[in-house]
Design a protein around this ligand. Structure first.
Ligand code: FCB
Length: 451
């Protein structure tokens, strides 16, 4: 059994955020509207009627936030670039003021000794593209590549590694299938062309990043799927869910093919979206790193009613976060082992690009978050001891922020508390804990030239 935090030398410690969740300033300096501005304005769409209009006001307060990151001793900071800030209608003319914000952010991070890790798409599609079908329109993949070109050409001299997409599963299923996230479409499985077009956009962007000597990663929300029993009907339901949640977003990128989606009633060409050559475009560029966002495993049973080919059921007898998500850290070790078994040599190095938890009604003492992170880092160290190449851990999140459909106050994920009325930032107990952990890890490898 390895030591609690027996992670390798050179392991990178980070924190993650996303543009719409923290920036605010939605009408400033020429930013165009995104699907999240439109969705949040719909009555009843977001808890409390909250929006990201101000959020953490990071657009203005980024120097203070970078000082907080520096205080943690972070190696890296994962943030997302807001597409409608750079290209207000999604295509066409570049907004120089929008691009200049990320230029300043990158310079300030580098000055603080922190490596920027930008995500190009974390769900805030320009409304102008949504008006033309959003990710259901194949053209959006090509507009994404154009946008990626603009941003990489501006920042690529200082930013070595990039994440193309954040969690295409969650964006497709919540945004296009169930309608609980922007853009609020309720297409059920007919949403899946939106997944294919995002993956196509990923492939096009990965290839243009490589042309510029830059690394490309994809951040997937993956979950180990546990069948509720060994009954064949539960096993079949679990396999169907695994194909939808995990394999649909990883097989094409790592193996160049889609999993069998027939149990979902989805044809091989995903309702005509997959054209000849697409899988090559998705697969051939390769992935320099798999970004893994891990929150919880999922238990699946055979459906009790007609409709979906699976039922998601609770995992009893384990703690649950304020969000109601089961806390099962060993599932992270299992997930990494499963990935290696499934993909073998095709599995690139893994970076945890999100992991963390919301804690109810917290301010500063947030012991449950410390316990959550410690247990997951333990689980990660176990996977590393099994020989899995894990390069870093970016906790979600630096700041309490706009938690999508849950709004501003109910699900706080930050190491730093944000008072949304005053914008006062207060580091929580987990902030000091993470800072000390990073310092101890670095100290252990001091003198070896890494760590
Ligand atoms: C992930 C999202 C991230 C945040 C966390 C809690 O699915 O990528 O933006 O909302 O969940």
């Amino acid at each position: 059994m390895p030591d609690r935090f027996d992670l390798p030398a050179g392991f990178r410690w980070g924190a993650a955020t996303a543009a719409y969740q923290i920036e605010g300033a939605v009408d400033e300096d020429g930013r165009g509207p995104s699907v999240w501005d439109t969705f949040a304005a719909r009555p009843g769409a977001v808890r409390g009627g909250h929006t990201g209009a101000v959020a953490c006001d990071h657009y203005h307060r980024y120097p203070e936030d970078i000082a907080l990151m520096k205080g943690l001793g972070l190696d890296g900071y994962r943030f997302s670039v807001s597409w409608p800030r750079v290209l207000p209608t999604g295509a066409g003319a570049v907004n120089p003021a929008g691009l200049a914000f990320y230029d300043r952010l990158v310079d300030a991070l580098l000055e603080a000794g922190i490596t920027p890790l930008p995500t190009l798409f974390h769900w805030d599609l320009p409304q102008g593209l949504e008006d033309r079908g959003g990710w259901l329109n194949r053209d959006t993949a090509y507009r994404f590549a154009d946008y990626a070109t603009v941003v990489a050409d501006r920042l690529g001299d200082r930013v070595p590694a990039w994440i193309t997409l954040n969690e295409p599963f969650v964006h497709t299923v919540y945004g296009y299938a169930l309608g609980t996230h922007a853009p609020g479409r309720t297409l059920m499985f007919e949403a899946l062309p939106a997944a294919h077009h995002q993956l196509l956009g990923h492939g096009l962007a990965a290839s243009l990043l490589h042309d510029r000597g830059l690394e490309a990663m994809l951040s997937n929300n993956l979950t180990p799927v546990e069948p509720a029993s060994s009954d064949p009907a539960d096993l079949a339901a679990a396999a169907a869910y695994d194909a939808l949640h995990n394999r649909l977003f990883t097989d094409p990128v790592l193996l160049g093919r889609y999993p069998d989606l027939s149990a979902l009633g989805v044809p091989d060409d995903i309702f005509g979206a997959v054209r000849p050559g697409d899988l090559d475009l998705i697969h051939t560029p390769g992935l320099d790193g798999l970004g893994l966002n891990f929150y919880n495993p999922t238990r699946v049973a055979a459906p009790t009613e007609p409709g979906l080919p699976f039922d998601l059921v609770d995992i009893p007898d384990v703690p649950h976060t304020a969000f109601g998500w089961p806390v099962v850290p060993e599932a992270l070790t299992q997930l990494l082992i499963n990935l290696r078994e499934l993909y073998g040599k095709a599995l690139p190095p893994v970076t945890i690009t999100e992991n963390g938890c919301s804690v109810a009604e917290e301010t500063v003492p947030d012991q449950p978050r410390i316990d959550f992170m410690a247990a997951h880092l333990d689980a990660l160290a176990r996977a590393a001891a099994e020989g899995i190449d894990i390069r870093g851990y970016y906790t979600w999140s630096l700041l309490d922020n706009f938690e999508w459909a849950e709004g501003l106050f109910s699900q706080r994920f930050g190491l730093v508390h944000v008072d949304f009325a005053t914008q006062v930032r207060t580091p929580k107990a987990s902030y000091a804990w993470y800072r000390d952990l990073i310092a101890a890890h670095r100290k252990r490898f001091a003198g070896q030239g890494v760590g």
